[in-house]
Design a protein around this ligand. Sequence first.
Ligand SMILES: *Cc1c(COP(=O)(O)O)cnc(C)c1O
Length: 413
Amino acid sequence: MTDARNAQDARSTQRTEVARGARDGDGTRVVRAGLPAEEPYAPPMPGPVLAAHYHLPGDPAHAPYTYGRDNNPTWTALERAISELEAPGDETARTTVFASGMAAISAVLLSRAKPGDVVVLPSDGYNLLVPTRERLEGWGVEVRTAPTGGDAQLDALDGASLLWLETPSNPGLDVCDIRRLADAAHERGALVAVDNTLATPLGQRPLELGADYSVASGTKALTGHGDVLLGYVTCRSEELAAPVRSWRKTVGAIPGPLESWLAHRSLATLELRTARQAANAIAVAEALRGRGEVSDVRHPGLPDDPAHGTAARQMRRFGCVVSFTLPDKEFAERFLAALRLVGDATSFGGVRSTAERRGRWGGDDVPEGFVRLSVGVEDAADLVADLHAALDTALDAALDATGGRDRPGARNG
Ligand SMILES: *Cc1c(COP(=O)(O)O)cnc(C)c1O
């Protein structure tokens, strides 16, 4: 290589590293996260590498790429990007990407827990933690559960080897103090994992708050377009990451290269999307609070929300999910059917607003009229108007069914 080329390489590496500096703002870091150093005539973001195997002469021990279930350059770039966002400036953090959020969650829980171990889960976490718990118990692991709110998992820690937190919790939007729980768990020799799906790495950085693992579904707000299933585990160290990677290889829970590339591409707009969605969520939550037929409006960014105090200490953005309760199942169904801009769909975090009556799945401990609303990037005024109109429609139908009793003033307040 010529000196000129060397100098050029050094300059472009320096430029990239400056751009990735942990001191830069989120909007600056996301557009370059995980990208290679600039090179003349190379694309800024290399395309997806579709390969089941790689040319592999001789001893594979130190080959970076061998077989498509073991590794892939498109995963490597995405894994670097997520590490830069989950743990800026931390050279020891390691990310492993998975086929889905559940593949990532089970990689930590199932690769770590051995018969006789004690694992502490949230009682109000993602609904697939219930069958995961049954699987762990079938393998002789003792599983204890406690609610997220009030740091109630603290009381279940004696003898535990792994503490699993989900904050904010889905769908209840309760928050626990990661630092406080991680310190207590570490004092007892337990490792700590946080499901960071709802917050995204721009909303919360669990490793900086003391956790050993930040685990998330990238299907939701991280990628934000409702077109990819993905999961990841970011570990504090290579020592913790090795068994997670080995689990991925053993069970084959690998993401497709195209999905990984789409996910990486979508990170460039993560700051724009999360900022807009968080602002929209506040506007929508405030509008819903003004309606008499809506109760229990929850969003960690509302200053008087029960979760706000802890959320404000450990979160940098409060996410796009708003939950609330309507009078009953029929009311909620009429409301959802009447919405024009908000699709009736599960999942959350997408650019298009969606909502669902969570009770339809049967897995969460929520009232029949409980609605989980994921606020997208539409104009806030349009969303607020749509929610008011759909509430009016549902209210009119409810009043017709009761012969118009209570009509005066029912729409106010
Ligand atoms: C959706 C979700 C998961 C599961 O992710 P998938 O990508 O659907 O497998 C896990 N945890 C939380 C909090 C979620 O919202």
